[in-house]
Write a protein that binds this ligand. Structure first.
Ligand code: HSE
Length: 401
């Protein structure tokens, strides 16, 4: 079996996972790739004394890009720079790239795919959304006969882990976040998780793949979970719903609306029972109907497994570009103020009659929280809800899916 050299950029959680997956499943991986995949270099600024990786360690990317034996570059540095510069140079040097980097893909996906095509190589990013869950390949391969009108998902493992622990173990936010960090789920800066920025990039990627144009992540309305409290969890239980950070891209009357926000998910929805670090992506197509992709959305080995699968595909297709349609043309998205949903609202009990006057038909919910009451509105436009809610001393509001 002939050998093929690869390089891994970044020896953090995912990078070390890539090396581990390659070592653990070496025989099967090589058989499936048809080549002996050999890690020639690992790029990292740090030293790893005592780790066998030390002998492959380089600190200068030029060594990798100038080595013609390196056919595939794995980019698992995270962040836009220097990842973008390195990936672009690698592709221009005729190498294929596999990445788990959602910031990079969300921002520069179309350009990098174009270069890969021109170079007759590949730019693969299966692990950038949903960690170890196959979702990118289904989008550009298995579901290409579909007209997809909705992609909704739990796309961030850290926040789902936090919300699940808050729900089932009544733990506080900070304790659970620390656990998620220790398990290697969280971003270097966990603000990206808890404020929804990570899920925002991921839904921008999925949404772009659906419309084959560039959905700019900056244009996606994004709320995180930092304002969710233990009282909200009590109300959710009372409503037989679960609070989930949903990333959603949905076409309504020909207009696509995308948003990331906590939602009260109904018990009979498939996303209701997705707990812990698990992610799930719900897709609706006009021929397929509903489909859901479920699995570990974060963590060292699940994410690394998806990266290595990309490496295998890249090795099998050296010199052959696999087309992924995603142009740089900007996708015009619907104004989120025009989207419609029902809202759950918490107010002081004394304001209930005012709420009934302002909102008309509402359904009240009492979770036994002293001095306050909750209610659920009828479906209403976001802009209209904001106008009506401004008349009340609102304690909290959460959308219903
Ligand atoms: N921080 C991310 C998460 C890692 O929690 O889902 C995977 O992208």
């Amino acid at each position: 079996m002939s050998k093929v050299d690869i390089a891994v950029l970044g020896y953090g959680t995912v990078g070390s996972g890539v090396v581990e997956v390659l070592n653990t499943n070496r025989e099967k991986i090589n058989r499936r790739a048809g080549k002996d995949i050999h890690v020639k270099y690992v790029l990292d600024l740090r030293e790893f004394p005592g780790d066998p990786i030390q002998e492959k360690l380089v600190h200068d990317f030029d060594i990798i890009v100038n080595d013609p034996d390196v056919k595939v570059v794995v980019e698992v540095l995270g962040g836009v720079e220097p990842a973008y510069t390195f990936v672009k140079k690698a592709l221009l040097a005729g190498k294929s790239v596999a990445t788990s980097n959602k910031e990079l893909v969300a921002k520069h996906g179309p350009e990098l795919l174009k270069i890969a095509k021109e170079q007759k190589q590949n730019f693969f990013y299966e692990a950038s959304v949903g960690g170890g869950i196959p979702i990118i390949r289904p989008m550009f391969s298995c579901l290409t006969a579909e007209d997809i009108d909705e992609v909704s998902g739990i796309l961030n493992g850290t926040t789902n882990y936090i919300l699940s622990k808050m729900t089932f173990e009544r733990l506080d936010f900070d304790t659970v976040l620390k656990e998620a960090q220790e398990k290697g789920y969280a971003e270097r800066n966990p603000e990206a998780d808890v404020e929804g920025y990570d899920a925002c990039r991921k839904i921008a990627i999925l949404s772009s793949m659906v419309c084959e144009k560039q959905v700019e992540f900056e244009s996606i309305y994004t709320e995180g979970i930092t304002k969710i409290t233990s009282e909200d969890i009590l109300y959710a239980k009372k409503l037989n719903r679960a609070i989930k950070l949903l990333a959603r891209s949905k076409m309504v009357n020909g207009v696509t609306y995308a948003m990331v926000a906590p939602f009260l998910v109904a018990e009979d929805h498939p996303l209701y029972s997705v707990n812990g670090v698990f992610n799930a992506i719900f897709v609706h197509g006009n021929m397929l109907g509903d489909a859901m992709f479920y699995g570990r959305g974060a963590g060292k080995l699940p994410t690394a497994s998806a990266v290595v699968a990309d490496v295998i595909d890249a090795v099998k297709h050296l010199g052959i570009n696999i087309q992924i349609r995603w142009s740089g043309e900007k996708m015009e998205m619907g104004d989120i103020n025009d989207s419609v949903c029902a809202f759950f609202v918490r107010i002081p009990t004394a304001s209930l009659s005012k709420a009934e006057k302002v909102f008309g038909k509402i359904r009240t919910v009492d979770a036994g929280v002293k001095g306050e009451i909750g209610f659920v509105t009828e479906p209403v436009k976001e802009s209209e809800f904001a106008r009506l809610a401004a008349e009340l001393p609102m304690i909290q509001r959460i959308r219903l899916n």
